[in-house]
Structures are given as structure tokens and as C-alpha cells.
Design a protein. Structure first.
Lengths: 350, 350, 350, 350
């Protein structure tokens, strides 16, 4: 049972309400980061109890969530949710959002060149990693804080919002100041300390699916963020581990309609990391559009042969431009268009 | 090394050629079912040997195939191959072929009703199983020969070519007389005795991917058919086994561009068996069209709640019609159209 | 519901009984190959119906099987079953049976040399393939009928019972005359035509687990054999497909206690094909003994570097002798010993 | 290339050495937490360069590591390494170490009762979680700091060393003061921030395999710890994700000999979390001993039906005692015994 509170409820009223529920045997606790928002009871409750709670002062509505999930569930929120970045770009509506850029931030020049080329092709978000979780401690780990500063400079220069990965709870604050959206990577999907910390930052969160996570585990990871009161969550399918060595991972396109049946959260697809092969990025991107995803995350690098990270999968700017042209046609066939930031917001930013 | 022979070569010349090659240490053996066609040597050979072979009498051309695959490889045949059914319908060209129908043949009435409705919606092949490989010996195993007769009657009545599964080498002859295309199912992909037998039948073969087969194993299974001399092979991706219980299998859409990079064979997708969920069939079908597949295999049943086999995944005729309308739009966006049989052939048949 | 009939029941009485059950709405059908044995009803039935059936003439007992499995289930037969070969060797009792030999039969000399060395080390069954299911049609496929003849000669010469794989229903008769036990390989576990045919042969069957089969699917495959009336089934775990390339397959030792909780059938382990690595065979063989398996299937080849099939995993006779010495110690620690054929039978055979 | 330095080398000499190497184009960087220890170059270098480095002042030895791994590799350290806890108990020698206890710490009484019973049965390490990484944010997450205090009290009371899981880099210091060994759980195996932090703590580390990690990824995770200078790493196989729902995970016993061929690190097995089934713990524990593991991690709970976490897999004290009796026999068969702490150390501690 989720008890949604009046927006203007006083702290004292919340405490009294929690006490009343406790006296009735309900372990409801406040969800969210200080913002009076909602109480989540540990278990489902009978209808007559819900009726009683509904009439307590300060309660706006009471929602029964029959399945395993709560805040991420369509039973809790039937309409699809959207996540809006600072420049007004909305993820999860009829618009389709393409985030593109280098796997790792390498230099200001390369970042600007990539940003300009992907924007020209129709991307509206710049992706780039300052902190790279690498399998080997001897691989390039990203530029760290210097990379974050480059991202910050680039978003100011280009006006493109930036999404970047965070790998340590201790880095959340630094990155929250320098990026528009925080990515939790596949290897950290069940790093619950990190999920809570990005949740509390209040920033939009891009939550990649663990490469061996079930959809249930993925939605529970989203619940860790949502239960901090941060509702700005976008899911990203990026391939799961299978036995076939043809591709680095197996892109699970079915995950999109499966998630959408269970949850109101937006879902995008990463065709670059799932396949690990440049030649597969375009067909998988078109499949993503056709299957109902809300966007893409694409590796683009002006000189992929020299990339410090995952160059085999990065598109050249020319290949990306070609992909976007084909993508527009498939999107039109499913009654969608590329998302554009809200113009007034965009003007203000400029 | 593959030695393609002159079409009009005499048997005696073949024997002499084989002998000459053997004397040179090459274990070339005739591929194909009696039809003088080609010799396949067990190993790659140096360029000077190929040159020598090329000039032997009766040799049309000599092909070096550097990878693991031979007859299925794009190195052997760079242009994409096509498979043409008796009514002139071509699988693997610019046309996109939809085969639809009930999982299992149940009665003449149901089969005719389904055939009429799927044809009206744009399907050009009727699918239906007379022999069903079922996990449990206590499940409905199909009508057997009676089901095959129903398929034969229905293709004569409706003019729709029929594809049906064969599970036993001993049934190949019976089914080859009653169907237009023989399907080898996922559980039999490495049933090498069956592959050889369907190959020798000379009928077009629909080869489903084993649910835990690598793409390499799948192409080797195709080689078993091709090496009998039967070049009429269409591959079908139908989902692979993963750890996620959300769907029955995980549809591997990447398999389509991966196969097309390695092989000239057409590839279609089965969104029904991969997901096992009616609500996923349409989005997965659209993804199949976008990713570059050459067609679909779809379960349709007029009364799916009463279906004797896999009713949970069968579309109603109305749902199928809706799918086809959306499919036409996505196909147009990737410059394809629904395939149509060759009209003169069709006329002749009628 | 399973209705076990009197051993001496007349055919007419069976027919009458089937009719009576049919009149009561029960679709019971005779299981077994001509031998009056049992009727298996498609569904569970209420207790009062079982009571009524129990009292019909010709009925010996009625068993209710609550789970999915029937003839393989411990609910049907609580005591562990055993399979006895012609020389009296019993698989599934307190004895632990080791079958060893070359992956493929290559020559009479090699087979005899291997048989003598594995017998000297304590193996009591000779394994060897005359028909090899190979991923590629261009790999060595076994000697076929000539290989089967070699096995037959060798079992007569050495007195060791022989287990060999059958891949085509059409070969069952030939191999049943030349071997003591028929193996259904991992790629054919759901080749239902083959399962029925080996069942009908009446020979002991070694049923390998499909490399991506669930335990449920494996037991259902056993049901296909058992429902022909052939109760001589031994299961063999041989590794399942996973994402880790370190080993060819992942040996699932848990399968042994999982199967033993569900079923009365004996289970052995193949440490050679699961790992594909010679250095892992011994530790995995010891783990098999410790986890409760009833035996082993081990590749041994006197000159593994020159083996025509799977040489990387074959032990030398010296390595096998070393394995057996360690195995005896672990078996003693779990109160088991190496199985020995029944002496009188053995004498009679000689 | 790994450059091992003289133990008494001065900081200035290290800096000069690094500079010299840098001038020669080698990106060697200091490994370890302040303790002058070794320089690890990013790449392999030719023999003449190694020779030159070997003669630089302050260099003790130079090791070429041909494979992917460095500090964890048997090429770097051919002899098996051991990890010794504060009480002198050694993991990785001929002794076999059993760590047992409740999944989660619940109360002082329960912890003491469990500690006493598992010690009486032969366990020499107490396991118990104060911080539990749970899939759902609504599940019991452990007692946190209070649980850590209970563990600290219990180890002082009983003298049993304690291993406990750490899930947040921010908790490492608190837990390092209250436990003898820090566990990194399966969901955090690639939480590189956490690996570095536990490495820097200098405490012995128990590194569980990610449930979908390759052995290569697992050893790279160990490299993250080792490259901080902390050599006290024990690996723990705890089951990998497969498609079969019979067990929670599939225990990969082959991982033990595979790791031991590549690495000098000790490896133990967790039969409780891999199977998730109480009835499988004993057979899997015996298989672990037979396959060559160095120890076990076993869930034991006096009242498993009431356990707050994973009660289905916890053994009762009686079942654990029975397991240990059987284990002793299998260990004897492979020439091992249960490990005992070093007596003088133990006395000193008391």
C-alpha cells in the first residue's frame, strides 16, 4: 500500500500519521529525500484498512499495488511517466531521444567535435564517460574529475545536455554539478549504495540493466532510486550475457514491451555496448525504434581506431548521420519523431 | 576448396576427376543428391593447387572459402540467395514473406478459416504442424498423417503454399508430397540424420535455430542440408534460452545482421515461439522488419483459448490484421514490401 | 493416474478395462511395447475414481502421481531403480560404474588396447562411438556400421559390455545387436522419434542431458523411453551451456541430487565432454563421486594427440589409472565401491 | 612486466626509478597503499628492457607475466598463496577452512548460539551479514552498524574470526575494525570503487564471483584488490546464473581447478547461496572438497524457518554437524584435513 500525502502537509502531521499507522500495525515509512511525499507500507493491506487510511487527515490518495513492484509499477501509475532534462528535453513522450558521443571523454577538442557532429545529425543529448568501470585495473579508467570538467564546459558551450556514468557514491555530488543526467552502469545495477546516492541527488538517472539481471531485478533497482523520492528514472537495455560469442552481449529487444507492460518508466536501448560491433549498430537502432523504445544511447567517435575505450563499436560521424536518416523514417512509420527540447527553455539557456 | 563442375559433366568424368584429385592428396567428394554439382575438398589448399584444379576438364570454377563455412558462406556466394516456392513466391529478395497459421493442425474447418483470414491480411504462406515435437509424451503430438492430408487439401483449396515441421527422417517423403516447404524445428537443429534426409528431398527447407545453438552451429546445420545439393534453405531465428523468465525464450534480433554478414542465406524471425506471449508478437514483428529479416513466421488461431498447442502466443485474426497494417508501414520505411507470388505461376496453378 | 496391470492379464481383459475407463471419461492408454504392463491416464483423477479402478479385474495397483512426471517419478516408484546389463553389471545400486574408452572407434587394435587398459584400471564398461554427431558435416562422422562391428567383436573378445551412441532411428536395430547399451546424445535428447525407437528396442538406454535442457525437460525425455515399456534408463549429466569460455560446457553437479529428489533413475556424469579439458577430468570425476552420482563416462585414448575426435579431453591410460586410484578413495569415503558384474553371469558369458 | 622493489627502498629512489622507466617509455606506476612494493608496467616488454630494469638500483626482481593477469597469475607467483587471519588460521594450505553462520545477524543470542554450535561441529570462522544487499528495497537490509557491533562482540566472546560483507566503500573502515575478513558479494564483484577500498584496508578479502562473471573477469576483480598492495585475497565460487529453475544458481565446481591452473589464489565454495536449497548443501559441500576447493562458506541458522533472510537454504546445527562428519571423510580421501588456527596465536589472543 502506498499512501500519497497532501503536498502541503506539515512535518508534525506526517509524524502523527506514521504513528497512527504504526498503532494499526502498519510499518509505513516516508519515501523521498525530505520532500513530504508518500508513505510506503511494507505489505499489502485489506480494503477496509485502505479505506480507513484514505480518510486520515493529510492523505491525498491510497494506492494498492498488487504485484511485486510499487513505485515503478503501472498499477501505481497507469500513465507512462516522462523525464525532463533542464533544457526541457523530454524522455518518454512521443519524442524519441538519441544520446550520442564518445564512450570515454578524451579531450576538449574531441568532445566538441563529436558534440557538433552528433547534434548536426539530430542527437539532443551528449554522452561521454569521465569515470569508466573497466574489467581490468590496467585499462584506461577515464579522466576522472578532469573529464567531468570537460563535460561541463562542453554542455555550456554546445547547449547539449550531458549524461555521464557515476561509479562511486563519493563522486555523485561532483558529477551532479557537471552533468544533466547520471548513468548507473550495468556492473553497478545492484550497487544499492550507489542507487540510493544517485536517487538522493535529485538528478535524472539513466539506469542500465545488469548484463545478467532479470527484468524483475532491474525494476527493483529502479525502486531503490524511486524510493528516495527521485522520480526521474529512465531505463536502458544494453544487452544480456548469453553463450553466443558472435556479439559481446545479446540485445534483448523484448525487454522494452515487457517493461512497458509492468512499469510506467521510459526505456531506451544501447545498440553499441550490446553488440560491440560497429556494423550491427544501425540495424539494432532501427529495431529499437520499431519495438517501441523511447530512445537510443550510441557510441560515436571521430577517430574510432584511436579511441581509448571500445573503439570497435563506435560509429564515425558519417555512419551516425546515415543511421539518423534511416531512423527518422522508421520512427515516422511508428508515429514518432525525434525529440526536441522545449523551445522557450532552450532560448533561455542560450 | 569447392570445385564447381560443368552442369553437363558425365558421370565418368566426375569419377576420373575425383581420382585425379585423390592422387594429388585431396579428399574431394561429390556433394548433392545424384545431380552432378560440386566437389568439396576437406581442407583449404594452396593457390597453385587451385590453379591446377581449375584447368582440369569438367571444372567450371574453383572457390576458396577462407572461413569455417563453405556452401553457406558469402565467400562462396557473395550475392544473397533466394528460395522460390512452387507458386513463384520468393523468400530472400526485396519482398518480405509472412507465413502464418495455427501452431498445430486441428481440423479442416479451422485450417481453412485461418488460411482465409491470414491471406486476407497479407500472408502468403500457411504454417501448420501435423507432427508436433512436445516436451512431454503426454501432450498432444499433432494429428500426424491425417494432419498432413489436411494441409495438402488446404493448399490445393486456397492456393497458399504450406510449411510444416518434420520430426522423423521416416516422415520426410510423406510430408514432401503434401507441403511446399519442410521445417526442421529448434529441437532437431542438430538432428543430422533428419537434416540429410530433408536435404535429399530437394524441397525448400526452413531451418530453425536451436534454442541454445550458436550462429556457427546453425550455419553448420545449414551446411548439412546444402551439402546434399539442396540449395533451398531459409533460416529462422526463434529465440534462444536465457535466464530471464519474462519470456519463453529471448529473441536474438542481432542474429539477422550477424548471419547476413557471414552467409548469403535468407533469414526470417518467429516472434510467437520466441516470446510465448501474444502481447509481444507485434512489437517483435516490427523489430524483425526493421532489423533486416526477410520474413516472419507467426502463430494465428481463430480461437486461441481453445488451441491444442501454444494458445498463449497465438494472435487472433483481428490482431494479425492489425500487425500486418503496422508491418507494411515499417517495411516501407526500410524500402521493402510484402512479397507476392509470381503472377504467371500463380495463374498457372489456378 | 497410472494403472499397473496383472502380469498375466489377457489382451481381451486389457481391452475391456480400457473401454470401462473410457466410458468413465478416462483416456487411459497402454504403455509399453506389447508387453501387458500399465495404463497411463492423461490426467490426475479424484480418490474415489482411483478406488473404483483399483477394484476392476486385472488391476494390480493404482498409483497417483501428483507432479509433472509419471513413470520417472519417485512418487510412482519410491525406491531407486537399477539397470542391469547382460553380464550382470548393475548401474544404480551401491556400486559405482565407470564406462571408459575412445570418443570414436577408429580401429580394432586401438579399441582392444584401450579396452584392456581401462579394464585393468577398474572400468567395467567400454564406451566408443561408431556414429558421431558432429557439428560440421566436414568433420569425421565415425566409421558407421564397420565401427559397430568392431565394438561387437571387442565386447566378445574382452567380455566388457559396450555402450555406443545411436543418432538415427534407422540405426537402432543394427546397434542393438552389436552393443549392450544405447546412448542418446545431448543433441538428440529431444529427438522424440529416436527416443521412442530406442525405447522399443528394449535395450538399456543411456540418456544424456541436452546441453541446454532443464532437468524437467530431461525427465520428460526419459518419460518418452519409459512410456514404451522400457524401464532400463540411465541418465547422464554432461555439462550445460553457459557464457564462460573457460570450459566447453559447465558441469552441473547439482543436477545429480536434484534428479535424485524427483526421480528413481540412476544418474552418471561425463567429466570429459563437459569440460573438454584433460586437466579437469580427474577433479570433476572425484566431485561426481562425492556428489552422489552412480558412475562416470570417461574418454580414454592411448594416443590422444592423434585422436580423430575430441583428443583434447581424452585421458591417457596412465592418467586414467591415476584417476581410478583416487576415485576408489573418494568412493570409500561415501560408502561406495566400484561396481563389479555379477560373477555367475560373468562366468556363464565366458 | 612487474618490477618488485627492495623492501627498504626510499621514496626518492622510487620516484627516480619511475622517472627512468618513464624516460624509457614505460608507464610503470606504484602498486600498493603507500607501502613501497612494486611497479606494474602497463604492457609486456622485450627481454633486453627487462634486463636493463633488473639492474637499476632499488630493484629486487623483474617478472614477466605472459597472460592477461598479473599479480593473481601463477606466472607471477608459481606457488599457491595462503591467507592468514589474525588468530593464525590459514586459508589455502593443506587445511580446509569452513566458515559457517547465519546469512544475516539478527541478535546477540542467536549469533552466540550459532557460533557455539558451528564451532563444536568443526567450523573455524563465523560468517554473518550486518549489511545485506537485497534485490528489493523493501526486504530486510541487515542491522547495519548494530549488526557489526554484534559480530565484534561475538568474535571476542567466542574467539572465532568473523567474515562479513561490505557493500559501500564508506562502510569499509567501520567493518574493518569489527571483523577479521571483509566479503565482497556477488553483486559487487565489479564495483571497482569498493574493491579498491577493501584493498586499501589491508584486511583479508573474500571475493565472491559475480553470478554472471567469467573466470577472467573474476581474476581481474582480484587484481583490483591485489594492485592496492593487499595480497590477502580468497576467491569464493557461489554459483552462476543459468536457464534452469531447479536451483537458484548453478554451482560451477569446474571453476576451482580452472582458477587454480591460472592463479595462485585460494578458492572456497558456497554451496548454500548457489543452490538456495537446504537439501543440496551437503552433496555440494562434499563435491567442493573432492574437486579441490580450499574451504566452504555455509549458511547455518538455529531456526531457519524464522530466519529474516534466505532461510530456505540454511542448515540446522544438527544438519551442519552431519555435513561436517561426512566432510572429514571426503577430505581424508583427498589428503586434507580441517584447518585449525595456529595454537600459539590462538593462546595469545585468549
Amino acid at each position: 500500500m502506498i499512501v500519497v500525502l497532501d503536498r502541503d502537509i506539515a512535518r508534525a502531521d506526517i509524524d502523527r500519521l506514521t504513528e497512527d499507522l504504526g498503532a494499526a500495525g502498519l510499518s509505513a515509512k516516508l519515501s523521498g529525500n525530505g520532500d513530504p511525499w508518500m508513505l510506503v507500507a511494507a505489505e499489502q493491506v485489506p480494503g477496509r484498512v485502505r479505506q480507513w487510511v484514505r480518510e486520515l487527515p493529510g492523505v491525498s490518495r491510497v494506492v494498492d499495488v498488487p504485484g511485486k513492484f510499487r513505485l515503478s509499477s503501472r498499477d501505481f501509475q497507469p500513465e507512462s511517466s516522462t523525464v525532463t532534462l533542464d533544457n526541457g528535453l523530454t524522455i518518454g513522450g512521443t519524442g524519441f531521444v538519441v544520446a550520442a558521443g564518445p564512450c570515454a571523454v578524451e579531450s576538449a577538442e574531441l568532445l566538441s567535435a563529436t558534440a557538433d557532429s552528433v547534434r548536426a545529425a539530430g542527437a539532443e543529448v551528449l554522452r561521454g564517460g569521465a569515470y569508466k568501470p573497466r574489467t581490468s585495473p590496467y585499462s584506461f579508467q577515464g579522466l576522472g574529475p578532469a573529464g567531468a570538467d570537460l563535460l561541463d564546459q562542453e554542455r555550456k558551450r554546445s547547449g547539449l545536455p550531458v549524461v555521464t556514468e557515476v561509479v562511486d557514491p563519493g563522486d555523485v555530488e561532483l558529477l551532479a554539478d557537471r552533468a544533466d543526467m547520471l548513468q548507473v552502469g550495468t556492473r553497478n545495477m545492484q550497487n544499492f549504495a550507489l542507487l540510493s546516492e544517485v536517487g538522493r541527488s535529485g538528478k535524472p538517472v539513466l539506469l542500465k540493466r545488469g548484463f545478467a539481471a532479470t527484468i524483475e531485478e532491474w525494476l527493483f533497482a529502479a525502486e531503490y532510486v524511486l524510493s528516495t523520492g527521485n522520480t526521474q528514472v529512465v531505463l536502458c537495455e544494453r544487452g544480456i550475457r548469453s553463450y553466443d560469442p558472435s556479439t559481446r552481449f545479446t540485445l534483448d529487444v523484448s525487454a522494452v514491451p515487457v517493461v512497458k507492460a509492468l512499469s510506467h518508466l521510459p526505456v531506451i536501448i544501447d545498440p553499441s555496448h550490446s553488440s560491440g560491433r560497429r556494423d550491427l549498430v544501425k540495424p539494432l537502432a532501427l529495431a529499437a525504434a520499431a519495438v517501441g523504445a523511447d530512445g537510443l544511447l550510441v557510441d560515436v567517435h571521430p577517430e574510432s581506431a584511436a579511441a581509448l575505450c571500445d573503439g570497435d563499436q563506435a560509429l564515425s560521424p558519417e555512419e551516425f548521420t546515415d543511421l539518423m536518416a534511416s531512423l527518422r523514417r522508421v520512427l515516422a512509420a511508428v508515429d514518432r519523431t525525434l525529440a526536441r527540447p522545449c523551445e522557450p527553455l532552450r532560448a533561455r539557456e542560450a
